[in-house]
Write a protein that binds this ligand. Structure first.
Ligand code: FAD
Ligand code: N01
Length: 533
């Protein structure tokens, strides 16, 4: 239980990968810190997303912290791509090992925070009506933590159970013998569908838009393999940190046009056999920039779907048409194979839209589907959602939601002008969701820690991004994106999944390595672009 109106150096909001590491670093600086977390315990994404099949799509060996050598040595991942319970155990272990829980208030949400210029502090109000006063606030609230609610007519009438993958219950959910509908075929749907298919009596997959998915080729990690992977772990991590997407994948050395059709097929086939999110994207330099090159990869992926799915009418419905990679590419364990099962039916709700939920199931325009359980795998108000749902008032009482009404504006994805002493971890305008998030999170936390240390060493207690620096950064991020195919897709990267959300391509596309250099350069120039004082 928190004390009312406590005075702190820093309030951190969120206790996932970001908040836990931020707390650890700030504590070492000797700062007074309180973390506020809505959930009952640590874990963030891995606390909430407990749906069957949930696991990472970045290899476990890379999807973990690097900041402590002993932690690295003592944790042994069991699979190439760890499942949710194992990642959650890892984060619980981190919380125990570094004794983090004593500075975390669980079951508490931050509802508003207001800058008080006279005090040079943020007044942070929680849903338990307590207020904290802090010189700095760090938003470790997550890019994929604000779930998109199913706003479907009649849902409250439904006599069965319904779940959102991003708010999966903690009790066991037994789907054995049930008639189940999964709505949504993004990464969450694609992970859960093959698992649900095994248990359910009948599974209906309600698809509006198909997605590309690469095979994970998941497997247990043998001891000899683990020894080999960990022998040069530090070197491997440095490669990740300087890479484009935070993983140790060799950058392609030539364009699609420079390869013969046979060489293209061979390169893609090698990627497919290796599996994982970059199976095809790491093939050629122009994958994300040339429509013709991208189409070659699309054709390869569609041919794979057609070769797996026996019913070619179903395969046709499962073949996406957008530029591959411009919506988050999924990875799966037996997703397309699931459609060969007798108890799985793909229902195209693009041509026959979902009208309402009834007491017994789902009413489409031309068909009623009776089910016992509905699973909504419909995603998140990504990147900005967790920030804009907090009432954040900066200098002069101005609201962040007003400032971002036409899209988020930040400097480095770390701060936004008019909101001094407020930091974001992997905010809009940083590589964030286009990278191995843990690599990006560590970089952001380290940068913020160094910055706060610098301020303290110099007797400074106010830092604010300048409007000029922010404008230039926003333009830089937009120009980088405009050189790629990314902005064209109706993805959550541009906010297209949330009705009314302004369309802005939010992540920084030029990669972790380049971003790191740019952020380091800002710090080396005395935090150029920030107003200190
Ligand atoms: P989160 O883990 O989202 O934690 C944010 C925390 O803030 C949450 O616990 C939330 O409850 C809390 N919070 C938010 N708002 C408030 C508030 N107002 N008051 C109090 N608390 C609040 N990324 C990868 O790089 N590789 C992967 O393989 C990968 N797999 C993923 C799988 C799934 C199912 C999902 C949904 C995402 C995945 N991601 C992956 C992205 C993932 O979100 C990040 O890797 C990482 O876990 C983010 O950590 P975080 O601490 O920044 O945010
Ligand atoms: O969400 P999504 P997600 N009626 O937005 C459909 C990470 N992640 O939770 O495209 C009917 O991608 C929507 O259809 P459409 C990863 O970064 C990683 O799956 O809007 N359908 C789409 O099919 C990922 O990208 C893993 O036409 C509706 C789906 O729901 C991000 O989280 C696992 C609808 C939503 O797809 C989000 O993934 C899970 C409606 N009203 C998540 N609204 C890994 O594998 C939406 N849809 C590591």
């Amino acid at each position: 239980m928190m004390e009312p109106t406590r005075q702190l150096d820093v309030v951190v909001v969120g206790a996932g990968f970001s908040g836990l590491y931020m707390l650890h670093r700030l504590r070492a600086l000797g700062m007074s810190v309180q973390v506020i977390e809505r959930a009952h315990d640590v874990g963030g994404t891995w606390y909430w997303n407990r749906y069957p099949g949930a696991r990472c799509d970045i290899e476990s060996i890379d999807y973990c912290y690097s900041f402590d050598d002993e932690l690295v040595q003592e944790w042994r991942w069991s699979e190439r791509y760890a499942a949710q319970p194992e990642i959650l155990s890892y984060l619980e272990h981190v919380a125990d090992r570094f004794d983090l829980r004593r500075q975390i208030s669980f079951n508490t949400s931050v509802v508003s925070t207001t800058w008080d210029e006279a005090q040079r502090a943020w007044l942070v109000t929680c849903d338990n009506a307590e207020t904290l006063v802090a010189t700095y606030v760090v938003m470790a609230t997550g890019n994929l933590s604000s779930v998109k609610q199913p706003r479907v007519l009649g849902l409250e009438e439904f006599a069965g159970e319904w779940f959102h993958t991003g708010r999966w219950p903690h009790r066991p959910v037994d789907l054995t013998g049930k008639r189940v509908a999964v709505v949504g075929t993004g990464s969450s749907g694609i992970q859960t569908i093959p698992q649900v298919a095994k248990d359910a009596d009948q599974l209906y997959v309600l698809q509006r838009t198909p997605n590309y998915s690469m095979p994970a080729h998941n497997r247990s990690l043998r001891d000899d393999e683990w020894r080999e992977l960990t022998a040069d772990w530090r070197e491997r991590r440095t490669v990740c940190e300087l890479s484009e997407s935070g993983v140790p994948v060799d950058s392609p050395d030539r364009s699609t046009a420079q390869a013969t059709p046979e060489e293209r097929r061979q390169r893609f086939e090698e990627g497919w056999q290796r599996g994982g999110i970059s199976a095809l994207s790491s093939g050629f330099t122009d994958f994300f920039t040339s429509e013709e090159a991208n189409k070659v990869a699309q054709d390869f992926a569609r041919a794979k779907i057609r070769s797996v799915v026996r019913n070619q009418d179903v395969a046709t419905l499962l073949c996406p048409s957008h530029h591959i990679g411009t919506k988050r590419t999924c990875t799966d364990i037996g997703y397309f194979e699931a459609y060969n099962r007798d108890n799985v039916e793909l229902v195209d709700i693009r041509s026959n839209p979902l009208v309402k939920i009834t007491t017994t199931g789902i009413q489409l325009r031309d068909r009623q589907i009776d089910v016992d359980t509905i699973i909504f795998a419909i995603g998140f108000d990504a990147i900005t959602g967790a920030l804009t749902e907090i009432e954040i008032r900066g200098v002069g009482g101005h609201l962040l939601t007003d400032k971002w009404a036409h899209g988020p504006r930040t400097y480095l994805g770390i701060q936004t002008a008019g909101f001094p002493n407020l930091f974001m971890i992997t905010g809009p305008g940083s590589p964030s969701v286009l990278s191995n998030m843990v690599v990006s999170i560590e970089q952001h936390v380290d940068w913020i820690t160094d910055c706060l240390d610098h301020l303290s060493e110099n007797g400074i207690n106010r830092i604010e991004a300048s409007v000029d620096a922010e404008d230039q950064w926003v333009q830089h991020v937009a120009e980088l994106a405009a050189d790629t195919l990314y902005p064209e897709a109706n993805s959550w990267y541009v906010g297209a999944n949330i009705p009314g959300k302004p369309r802005t391509f939010m992540p920084y596309v030029a990669g972790c390595g380049r971003y790191r250099r740019e952020a380091e350069d800002v710090a080396a120039r005395g935090y150029a672009g920030f107003m200190l004082g």
